[in-house]
Every structure is written in structure tokens, then in C-alpha cells.
Ligand binder design. Sequence first.
Ligand SMILES: Cc1ncc(COP(=O)(O)O)c(C=O)c1O
Length: 446
Amino acid sequence: MAESRCLDVSLIGKKRNGKDDFENDDFVVAKKSVVACNDPAASLAGARHEFGEHGGVNMSIEASATFTVMEPETMRRMFTGELGPDQDFFIYSRHFNPTVLNLGRQMAALEGTEAAYCTASGMSAISTVLMQLCGSGDHVVASRCLYGGTHALLTHFLPRACNITTTFVDVIDLEMVKDAMVEGKTKVLYVESMSNPTLTVANVPELSRIAHEKGVKVVVDNTFAPMVVSPVRLGADVVVHSISKYISGGADIIAGAVCGPESLINSMMDLHQGALMLLGPTMNAKVAFELSERIPHLGLRMKEHCRRALEYAKRMKKLGLKVIYPGLEEHPQHSLLKSMANSEYGFGGILCVDMETEEKANRLMHHLQNYTQFGLMAVSLGYYETLMSCSGSSTSSEMNAEEKELAGISPGLVRMSIGYSGTLDQRWSQFEKALTRMQQEFSNKN
Ligand SMILES: Cc1ncc(COP(=O)(O)O)c(C=O)c1O
């Protein structure tokens, strides 16, 4: 694994004393030091811990839309960029907000990037980063198998609204990816580390190598695999997240993040050209506070999601079900994932069962929810309860029949985000009971 760097930022916290003297140390000073760090847990532990205003163990929430200055001259210097968040100067919360910035520091530590900033949704992180990296006439090469919303953004919205076009490829076929990238015109290679819903694993080191040879930036959606895979540590340039999933873990918040070089994050905040600043998908400071409290136990949650998913995948396979899970040795990218994954987390918390027909998939989900309470029929993932959906008719319904077939999404594919509530065996007996009922129903029919 390539040596990567993480930012270790420590804080000397003193409050401003009524002057805007930035040379004086009477205000907050952030000291940065860069240390080599490959493990996301170690990196998170080394990130700056922000204390509350009164010495609280938790940071305070900066619930202000706007910020005062003591001298009119300071305002001008903030707007020219001479004074900024690094020196604790803030203008307005659609630009940087201190609480959102602190969550961004955690996200940067998690993904091993220089910087990160958080947004109101995963989709806004994805759309703004693509609009920042591409202009009118530019080209994207993207995986055929992506979350339906991202697929629609690339297929319909970006060509219409921004004249940005996309060629979709099979990311496993590296020659196909290489051939699709046009030097000078292709600006971004866009993949999901583990694809939604087919769980195809992208070869991030190789894809990054071939993209960089053509001067193309690699953007990876790591929503399915936080802690498990660290794409930037493997060579990618940018990671995007739907924080709404595992990182939140509560199925109660919609949020996203862009993690990447400081130059990219700053360009996205530019007052004249920044996609985040000018399109404004801002995260609220209260939401940022809530999320920052959940990141410290993300690693523990991921380990349990992954442990249970692997165990259920093995047991489902023994029952003769067609199960797709990258932790199983027969998964086509099992060895690849093993070589890329951070140790001790496992192979992801999502598995798919291909029931072949939508009718069978729907009956199984019905019994799993309404008869045995194994899980809930709902889209999304990363919740403590198991969530199940039939991808073809829900989160991938933006794709047409041909696109779904090319992406390998069969009509009976049930995606399960495995939860950790209850005991593993209690949940397994619920699964078996529901499956038996569904199988009996179908054998009675025939
Ligand atoms: C892989 C992936 N990326 C991005 C998104 C969009 O995230 P959000 O719903 O937070 O906008 C989703 C949503 O389901 C997703 O599954």
C-alpha cells in the first residue's frame, strides 16, 4: 500500500480579546504537522480534538450565519482571502463555518486527505466536485454501475445544464477505461469503491495509475466502504461521501462530504468560481456537531456490520441462495479487495441476494419485514437495523432496462444493508423462517 500522509492538527485555544491582531497569539492558532499515517482509526485519533468554549469535552456549536470583526479593515482582508479560516477568521456560514470545518477535519483524517468540507447531501458533494473539476465541453469517464442518482446526474443533468458528457465503462476492464479517456478532454474518472448495488470493487491503484498517465483526476465515491477502503491512500485524488449512510449511522440525517487536496477544497469555496460557495449546498452547524459525535464509533460499527454481513453471506450460500458479497472467496474481486482493504474491518456491510424475479424478491422482503422482523423494507444503508430494497425498481430505477442489464442489476436483486441490532443468531433464525415461508408459497403455486 502506498505511503500516505495525514494531517495532525493541534490547537492552542484562546479566545479573541477584542482586537483583530492576527500577529498576536491572543486568538486561536492552529498548528499543522504532517505525519505518515495509513490506518483511518489511527489517523482519526491523531486529528485535532476541538474542546468546547468553556472547556467542554465536546466542541461548541458555532450557530451563527455571520461573524463580526473588530476593525473594518479586517473585513476587506477577509474578502481578499488574506485572512481566512486557518487563522480563525470567518465571513459567513455558506462559506466556511467553524463547526462544519471541524467535521471536515475529521473527514479528512478518515480519508487521509489534506482537507475536506461537508455538504447538505451526498448528491451535492458529487455534483459540486464534478462541476468544479469539469467545465463546458469537458468529458467524464464513469463506471457503468453507479448509484441511480449519480447515473442520472451524468446521463441527463450534466450534459443538459453544463455541456459535460460522460462515457460509461466496465471498470473491471482496464483497457476499456483507458481507451475511453481522451487526453486533454477527459477531466475525471468517476467510480464507486464498491458499486451500488452490484458490489463490484474498483481497482483504485490501477485505475489511478492509468488515469494519471492521461492527466485525469480520479474521484471515488466511498459511501459503501468508509474505514474499509481508503481510496486516496491507494492513489485516487478525491473521495466523495454520502454521510447519510454509514458515517451518520442513524438514518436521520442527509449529508455529504468532499475530501481531497486543500487546493481543491479552497477552489470550491472561491468567492468568484467556487461550486460550493456559489451553488450553496451548505451543511448546518448543528448537523455538523451531531455527525462529529458519531465518527469516533464509526470503526466499531463498521466492524460489526462487516462481521455479520460475512457470516450471513456464508450461511445464505450454504442454503443455496445466489449471494453476492465481496468477502466470499468466489466474488470476482475478493483478492483485489483483500489487497486494498484496511486490516480488521472486513469486506463491507452490504450483501445482495439475487432472487431472479422481482416477485420472489418482493415476497422475501415482505416476510422478512412483516412476518419475522429481520429488517425493514427501505432504501439507504448503514443503519443499525437491516435495510432491504429491490434495487432495480428503487435506487437504480433511474437506469433504463439496457443500462441495468449492462450494470448487472437483475430484476430480483435484493440489496441488504446488514444491521447490528439483536443477536446474530436471533436475526439469522428470522431470515431462515421468512425464506422457508416464501419458498413454500412458491412451491404451492407450481
Ligand atoms: C453510493 C451513493 N452515493 C451517493 C448517494 C447520494 O447521497 P445522498 O442521498 O446523501 O444525497 C447515494 C444515495 O443513496 C449512494 O448510495
